[in-house]
Ligand binder design. Sequence first.
Ligand code: CP
Ligand code: NVA
Length: 308
Amino acid sequence: MKHLISLHHLKIEDIENILNLSEKLKKQQKEGTSHQILSGKTLGMIFSKSSTRTRVSFETGMYQLGGYPLFLSSSDIQLGRGESIYDTAQVLSRYIDGIMIRTFKHSDVEELAKYGSIPVINGLTDLMHPCQILADLFTIYEYKKTLKGLKLAYVGDGNNIANSLLHGCAKTGMDVYIASPKDYQCDEKIVSEAKEDAKVSGSKVVLTDDPVEAVANADVVYTDTWISMGQESEKNERIKIFMPYQINANLFSKAKEDAIFLHCLPAYRGYEVTEDIIDGPNSVIFDEAENRLHVQKAIMALLMDNKK
Ligand code: CP
Ligand code: NVA
């Protein structure tokens, strides 16, 4: 594993290594045991979109690992004024040890990895959000003690979260059902990649426009905002189209009794999910958010610790 750009590129062993190391680092952090395995290393963090969780968890995580996190807002660096990805990748590779990038075009992240000589971590693109889904898999594992054979239902927009869930579930042997309105389904190429992986792991990949079909008997119920970053002008239209896809008590009651509710956050209560569900007893959203820290520390350690 040289970069973390798409979960489709990872082997199942890579995912297992990340989850195992996440568990170890979480324990060490809770016990107060020092784990400064990246001392002397610098992570550049390029942000072209807003963030609370990704920024704070990477920044704090790098600090806890003994390294230095460098926040680079795209509006402050020359990339935002039109400097090429090629030159940016070449120059940053001479200064720092890894790059995390959150941006719009997925191909920009791939180019950064192609032209630089240091590990690149995808901190969200319009197409994918692999770090989030690794934290989700870790959270599911903590609650359910397994991944293989579980059913995950995602109801809502076929966006970056849904795309990476397809990859993550198919790799790890979870059945994944995505319910979205007809014109808002997941990326076709990602669906076919997930189907390929599902053949290997023995899981199911189902795309539907029926939320009840998706949620029926699910172990995990997941949703995300209907209006992703960059889609603000479509807000009114999207709210009308997505209302039948709201996770509320009626829809959630179709899942297993011990189903957990996940949301990558930020959430908009009363839209994609009602308050009684997101703040109810089955919701594990803040464990999920916390796990971003532990899982991303594992990712950074595996990519950037060349002593291992
Ligand atoms: N879930 C997530 O990536 O949150 P932020 O946008 O706050 O980073
Ligand atoms: N789909 C959302 C995820 C935010 C973490 C977005 O792209 O805005």
